[in-house]
Each structure stands twice: as structure tokens, then as C-alpha cells.
Write a protein that binds this ligand. Structure first.
Ligand code: TRP
Length: 476
């Protein structure tokens, strides 16, 4: 092999080299598609290979488009896995699918994304720090992956507090039970740590991505805010905002957006999000808008001009690409990197191969469903791990790992012992599919009825209060 030392001269940091690699990859692609002279293509490919070797030498990692080097340690990637790990899974902000009936392989995702597992030690530590039994989502691995959570707890123990940031893209009026997962957990975190929370409603994002008007998206944001408020957030500690409103109202927020935009190249977002040359420029710049709430001075009415307050983001793992990008720019523009807690997806009724989607009525249980609809949907559509006949089921038992009703119970049934007993009885065949479904129906019906009751109490006036920029009540 030729000595390719020096190819990366002029690229003094892994980030610069990474960007040169992105540009060179693009050049190779365009030469090929323009059917350029073979010699020219070969030379460009040769340079690309040499840059890749330099990159490996500099970072100890293989170059992968979409994985900037600072978060690249431990080989994260949202693209195809070079080692074959989790290749059957697609996970990005717009697609979640797998060919595996058990669902996405989350351990492999941790390796691919380069995040850390929420292990027993971390769960125990959270319990020690907040002095309460950990939420069932932590006990059962619904929140399964994190970035920098130990650092957040180290600081918290030294009386250095933090704030929470989460969000939702309001693509329709109808929210389903899966949408509540991050909010239920965020509410628990807010109560445990007694800290402020900002919730971003990305009505701008939905306008850019969907065939909807600006007015519709804004209206969905307000409607969704009611369901979010119904989760029980504390008005004194929570600020909910629509991007369409807040971007224009807060110069500080927009300044951060612009700073982020200056520090991320088109190549990078192409690599991270798969944008192409025919995507509108609104999409290309949107990630900066989702990143900005990670920086405390985006909210001067809450944090004044402080830039140094640590942010913790609970979100589903498909949002991680946004925050990998955010963590990469943060130190370069003088902010701490946000920490993250990642959840698994909430499976569709039809099975764990994909997540629940609000656009398919039969794949979801909506927050507006009546008791009867809940019952019918579960009985009719919930994918069963049971056997075809009662005789066979009694003899061989069911498979709880692929059974959607059982999966839903792991999300919503509070009692650990009862859940374990259900698992054992289902596996042994003592519990039939119909009986398992009945337990789920009886768990979800009151839960959703209570949600509907609380939502009814949320008046337009209350929504307005939550969505008005104002000081919040907390000690840091
Ligand atoms: N993009 C997210 C969605 O489509 C919405 C969102 C914005 C979000 N900011 C967030 C989700 C922070 C989690 C955390 O749902």
C-alpha cells in the first residue's frame, strides 16, 4: 500500500478531516453520475480511500457519513452497520422498522449509535439520588439508553441542577398512547428532581415535512398541548412553546439557531438525516431549530443570560440524530452538551416490527378512543404470541416476547409481581390470549378515561398560561 501520510495535511482536527471526507464522497458521486473520465473518477476514489485511512489513523474509528467524530467514539452510526449488527433495523426520525418479530434490537442500536446502556447500576443510582422507587419505564428498560446521565447526577449531587427539554411534532390532532411515553416519564423526572421543563412543539417541522398548512400545524400544536398538559405538568415549572410563535418572539432563541446553523455544514446534515439536493431548504435548516432548546439562554425569561445550565433530554431513540448533531456543535459555540435518556418505541398493535403510527387508525389506540373501541381494537388487531387453538396453547404455552398485549402491559401495568405472574402464566399456557387481552383492556380503559377527564379540564386559558414566556419557579 502506498504511504498516504500527509493526505490529510491541512486537516488538523478529526472534524475537518470528517468534513473533507464528506466533500470528497460527494465529489466521487457527482463524477460518477456525470460519467466523468475513468481516470478522473479513479483519482477521486483513490483520494477518498486515503482520506479514510488518515481518518482511521487519527480517530481510531472507521469513517462513516452521518457520524461526526466527536460522538464517534464507540462507533455510533445511524446508517447501515458495517459489522452487520442490527442490519435488519431502520431507525431514523422518519422510519422505524425491522424484520424481527421481537422488535428492534436495542442493544445493537446502542452500539451503532455509540450511546450507553441504562444498566442496573444507573437505575440504582437514580433511585439513590432521588430517594424514590425508579419509574417502571426505568425498571423495565423502556428507557434503555443514555448519554452523559452519570455526569448529570454527579453535578446534581453537588447541588448543580439541570433542566429538562422534550418535544413533539404536532402532525395531527390525534395522539395515541405511544405518544404519551416520553411525557409520562418527563413528568416523573420533573417531580423527582424538582426542575424546570421546556416542551417544544415543532409545528414548523410538520409544515415542512407534511402536506399541511401553517395554520393547521399551529392548531395541532395547541390541541396536542392540551394532551400534554393533561399528563399533569406543573404550571410553575413548565414552558410549552410552538416554534411558529416562539421563534419570532425570542431574539435569544433565534440567535442560538443562527449560531448552530453556522456550525453545521450541508454535508453533515446530509450524512446525518439523509437529505438530498431536492429537499427544500427549510428541512435542511430545521435541525438547528430542534437543537436550540438544548441551550439554556434560548429561554431568557427562565434562565436569564446563563449559558451554562445543563440540559437533559428524554426522547425516543429515533430523535437521537438531532442531538448527536447538537452535541457536536455545543462545545464549539460555548455550551455544555445536552445529556439524553432514550426510550424504545411503542409497538403498533400489529406487532413490534414497527412503531405505532397516528396515520393508521387500526395500528393505534388513540387518546380519544371510547372504552368499546379500545376493547375492539385490542381483541381484533393486537398481535398475539398465543397458539392457534386452546388445546395447543395449554400444551405449549404462548410467546410473551412477541405478544403485543403483553408488551403494552409492560408499559402500563404498574405492579411488577403481577406482570411477572402474567408472563409466567402466559408462557406456561395457563393464561389464554383472550384472558391476557382482557387484562390489557381493563388496564387501558380506565387509564384513557382518566386522561380524557383531565384533558377536559384543560381550558384555552390554561393552555395560554403554559405557553406564555414567563419566569418559572425553581432553584438551581
Ligand atoms: N421532532 C420531534 C417529533 O417529530 C419533536 C421534538 C422536538 C422533540 N424537540 C424534541 C422530541 C425534543 C423529543 C425531544 O416528534
Amino acid at each position: 500500500m502506498t504511504d498516504c501520510q500527509g493526505v490529510a495535511e491541512g486537516a488538523s482536527t478529526p472534524m475537518e478531516l470528517y468534513e473533507r471526507l464528506g466533500a470528497q464522497g460527494e465529489k466521487v458521486r457527482s463524477l460518477k453520475s456525470a460519467k466523468a473520465e475513468k481516470a478522473e473518477v479513479d483519482a477521486a476514489v483513490q483520494l477518498l480511500l486515503m482520506l479514510k485511512m488518515d481518518y482511521k489513523r487519527m480517530t481510531g474509528q472507521d469513517y462513516k457519513a452521518g457520524c461526526p467524530p466527536s460522538d464517534n467514539v464507540g462507533a455510533p452510526n445511524n446508517g447501515p452497520a458495517a459489522d452487520g449488527a442490527g442490519e435488519e433495523d431502520t431507525v431514523d426520525p422518519w422510519n422505524v422498522s425491522t424484520t424481527n418479530a421481537n422488535g428492534v434490537d436495542y442493544d445493537k442500536l446502542i452500539v451503532r449509535f455509540g450511546s450507553s446502556k441504562i444498566d442496573k447500576e444507573l437505575v440504582d443510582r437514580i433511585e439513590r439520588v432521588c430517594g424514590q422507587k425508579p419509574h417502571r419505564f426505568l425498571r423495565r428498560g423502556v428507557f434503555f439508553s443514555h448519554r452523559d446521565m452519570h455526569q448529570v447526577l454527579d453535578a446534581y449531587e453537588k447541588h448543580k441542577s439541570f433542566y429538562l427539554y422534550t418535544g413533539r411534532g404536532p402532525s395531527s390532532e390525534a395522539m395515541h398512547v405511544g405518544h404519551l411515553i416520553p411525557f409520562i416519564f418527563t413528568k416523573w423526572l420533573q417531580d423527582m428532581f424538582d426542575i424546570p421543563l421546556v416542551i417544544q412543539l415543532t409545528d414548523d417541522e410538520k409544515y415542512l415535512w407534511k402536506d399541511l398548512t401553517v395554520e393547521e400545524c399551529h392548531r395541532f400544536a395547541i390541541e396536542n398541548a392540551k394532551d400534554i398538559i393533561a399528563c399533569g405538568f406543573d404550571l410553575n415549572k413548565t414552558f410549552i412553546f410552538s416554534d411558529l410563535d416562539y421563534m419570532g418572539a425570542s431574539p435569544e432563541f433565534y440567535r442560538n439557531v443562527v449560531k448552530i446553523q453556522k456550525h453545521v455544514t450541508f454535508n453533515q446534515v446530509k450524512g446525518i438525516f439523509g437529505f438530498t439536493d431536492s429537499d427544500c431548504i427549510g428541512k435542511i435548516s430545521f435541525p438547528a431549530i430542534q437543537a436550540a432548546p438544548s441551550f439554556s439562554n434560548s429561554f431568557p425569561h427562565i434562565f436569564g443570560s446563563r449559558k451554562d445550565i445543563q440540559c437533559l433530554i428524554p426522547c425516543a431513540i429515533d430523535q437521537d440524530p438531532y442531538f448527536r448533531m447538537t452535541r457536536d456543535v455545543a462545545p464549539r459555540i460555548g455550551f455544555p452538551k445536552p445529556a439524553l435518556l432514550h426510550s424504545t418505541f411503542f409497538p403498533a398493535l400489529q406487532g413490534a416490527q414497527t412503531k405505532m403510527s397516528a396515520s393508521d387508525a387500526n395500528s393505534s389506540i388513540f387518546l380519544t378512543d371510547a372504552p368499546k373501541q379500545i376493547k375492539n381494537k385490542i381483541n381484533k388487531h393486537a398481535f398475539s404470541g398465543g397458539k392457534d387453538t386452546v388445546e395447543e396453547h395449554r400444551k405449549y404455552g404462548g410467546n410473551a416476547d412477541v405478544d403485543v398485549s403483553f408488551m403494552y402491559l409492560t408499559f402500563f401495568l404498574e405492579d411488577d409481581e403481577q406482570l411477572e405472574k402474567i408472563r409466567q402464566d402466559y408462557t406456561s399456557g395457563a393464561l389464554l390470549t383472550g384472558e391476557l387481552k382482557k387484562i390489557l383492556i381493563e388496564t387501558l380503559q380506565p387509564m384513557i378515561a382518566q386522561h380524557q377527564e383531565r384533558r377536559k379540564q384543560v381550558t384555552d386559558e390554561i393552555v395560554k398560561q403554559f405557553m406564555t414566556p414567563r419566569p418559572l419557579n425553581f432553584k438551581l
